[in-house]
Write a protein that binds this ligand. Sequence first.
Ligand code: PBG
Length: 329
Amino acid sequence: MYPLIRNRRLRASESIRRLVRETTLTSDDFLVPLFITEGKGIKEEIPSMPNYFRLSLDNLEKEAKELWNMGLCSMLLFVKVDDKLKDNKGTEALNPDGLMQRAIKTVKNACPQMLVMTDVALDPFSSYGHDGIVAEGQILNDETAELLAEMSVSHANAGADFVAPSDMMDGRILTIREALEDEGFLNTGIMAYSAKYASAFYGPFRDALDSAPVDIANVPKDKKTYQMDYANRYEAIKETQMDIDEGADIVMVKPGLCYLDIVREIKNEVEVPVAVYQVSGEYAMLKAAAEKGWLDHDAVMLEQLTAIKRAGANIIASYFAKDFIRIFR
Ligand code: PBG
């Protein structure tokens, strides 16, 4: 006797597969990370991130318009800061005329409706390459949270729609939320990097911003005292729940692919939108394998992005956003 149910009926043609497909991607799913640098006419490729660039403000303006025309309406900004401007407290981060503040204004002038999110952490501004202030071999928590709150207010003042603290200090979401409210930025949102793991997949990003922790005495060589241990699951839920209680509008899991179990658990647990950051190392791996002809770039990209959404991502921060739209939409 043949089975009454033959699952292959629902796979028999591309049309039926399309009809029953549970997960599809659109331009609305993406948040586009962008790297900004000083200068004019600059579009420099990041060696460990093929076909991804650092842009000067004039090119950022062009990029914003291009993204908007492709239906990509949200971006996440990062700045590469001149070494001369770096110090332990990331003082330059608060400069009202700093690169980030000018980048926000550039995008908002060119493309007023573009949603602008900004990275909030000290590392691109820190002479030690840490997300917080370093003192006696430690990363100071509360002093750093205060600085991040000032930085957030400065970004909101320049026109940012959302600030995205990526530092993993304890209590920083509440400190930031209170500072924004005190300054009248009631509608500035917070996307919290809630479950951010101490991952080796951030390597190419640190090349892009020249932001890796420095190798000098009495400075921690990694970020393991603040970013999470990748062996841990329950802790991710605790971190995320705390961020929501402190006022996060959107929570994030980072990196993506190796952490999709965490994404699903958090998605099942919380009511706020869940973002996933498919990070630089994930991008670099596929680009490298594709360059060698070992993987089919477009097919693997689609499979990976679909898996991230299937796991529960409402928002995907990805360096593949433009590639995806060009190839599949
Ligand atoms: C910095 C920050 C990092 C990333 C986003 N914000 C690097 C780090 O924590 O060292 C990584 C993004 C990527 O690898 O694509 N706070």
